[in-house]
Design a protein around this ligand. Structure first.
Ligand SMILES: [Zn+2]
Length: 383
């Protein structure tokens, strides 16, 4: 988000989709780009491997180490002139960013408020994995928040155990990281006569920093472009809106927030909101799941997808852009890979998410199925 690559992706999307006779609009918003040139940690002549937390401020500090393993210990500590290392129970989950609007557990907010009130010189988080929120990264950054202003870095839980032996000893922490104000945009493409009755397709076009993002989510964006190509001749009444959503893997979801704001009071016009994310994995099948759909939409969807060999009805999941529709009382459909668990464990958000893990024929099949869905809905609307 906000990087040169991200802007190249949205420009490419807009240029390509307008070629298929869609009317396009690009809506921009402020966001933060971020750069880092490494981080180092020395204590007692010993060096530890650490990484700057994404979107964190940089630092160059030397201060005694305070080891904290629970919320109670964090609440009791009184030491602004120190560097904290958080570990154990405290670092099991990635903290939701402090201003994240959609889902924000009290426990996370409590930890953030305590950290801000204690105001240490810097924070080291020692982590293992958080498959659900961060995918396969080990270690994962516990803090990934451009609105949180205490410098932070992260390391493995194993190194954290070793570092914890230096409680009270001064540690020297340097992190060269820079926040850069930037902009990003959603791209919205429209076709069809009636926009007060429309079907919306979304795929997030941003990728997690440090991951090539082939499956997550170039795959979904490619399906949108293939679908647009298949709808080049579409001239029905039913409105079709195709959105390259920018921000699903960015800490504050700015594209999602903007889309919700711009469509405030218009979600009742959406017959179905379809999210395509992490599709085309070479192993397994394509999984679809329906959320709050009326019976006729459920029936049409089931009947269209049943004609395609590689489609199965999969489990419901909620951490995706179909949440935009659900939160606003519009029915939704999500399309992903049914080997999601394996993807999350080994590929999602890691450097392994490269094009060679995808089966392109699956992407083509999804585009055909979605085209069929548009024409079925169109027929149903006229009936
Ligand atoms: Zn994704």
């Amino acid at each position: 988000m906000g990087s040169e690559g991200n802007r190249a992706a949205t420009d490419f999307f807009e240029e390509t989709i307008s070629f298929f006779e869609f009317i396009t609009e690009s809506t921009s918003f402020d966001c933060m780009d971020w750069e880092e040139q490494g981080a180092s940690l020395m204590v007692d002549g010993k060096k530890f491997e650490i990484h700057a937390s994404p979107y964190s401020l940089g630092c160059d500090v030397k201060a005694p180490l305070v080891v904290l393993s629970s919320v109670e210990e964090l609440a009791a500590v009184n030491a602004s002139e120190n560097i904290f290392i958080l570990r154990g129970e405290l670092t099991k989950e990635q903290l939701m960013p402090k201003n994240f609007p959609f889902y924000n557990p009290e426990q996370h907010q409590c930890i953030i408020q305590l950290l801000e009130s204690k105001n240490p010189q810097a924070i080291i988080t020692a982590t293992s994995r958080d498959l659900e929120m961060v995918g396969g990264s080990y270690p994962f950054p516990m803090i990934e928040d451009g609105d949180f202003n205490i410098p932070s870095v992260y390391m493995t839980d194993e190194d954290g155990d070793k570092l914890a032996e230096y409680a009270g000893v001064p540690v020297e922490l340097k992190s060269r990281a820079t926040r850069i104000s930037s902009t990003g945009s959603n791209v919205i493409a429209r076709k069809g006569e009636r926009h007060d009755q429309r079907i919306v397709f979304v795929a997030h076009i941003d990728a997690r920093m440090g991951s090539p993002g082939a499956s997550d989510n170039a795959s979904g964006v490619i399906v949108l472009l293939l679908l647009a190509e298949l709808l080049e001749e579409y001239s029905g009444e039913l409105g079709v809106e195709i959105v390259a959503m920018n921000g699903e893997d960015y800490y504050s979801n700015p594209g999602e927030q903007q889309y919700i704001t711009l469509n405030k009071d218009r979600f009742n016009e959406i017959i179905l909101g379809i999210n395509i994310d992490d599709v085309g994995y070479s192993k397994g099948l394509t999984a679809y799941s329906l959320y709050d759909t009326p019976e006729n939409i459920t029936d049409i969807s089931n009947s269209v997808f049943s004609k395609y060999d590689e489609f199965v009805e999969g489990e419901a999941w909620y951490a995706g852009d179909h949440g935009i529709f659900l939160l606003n009382q519009a029915p939704a459909l999500a399309i992903t890979s049914n080997e999601m668990a394996e993807l999350m464990r080994e590929i999602t958000h890691t450097p392994n998410d490269k094009p060679d893990i995808l089966d392109r024929t699956k992407l083509v099949e999804i585009a055909y199925a979605l085209r069929d869905l548009v024409y079925e809905f169109e027929e149903h609307l006229r009936a």
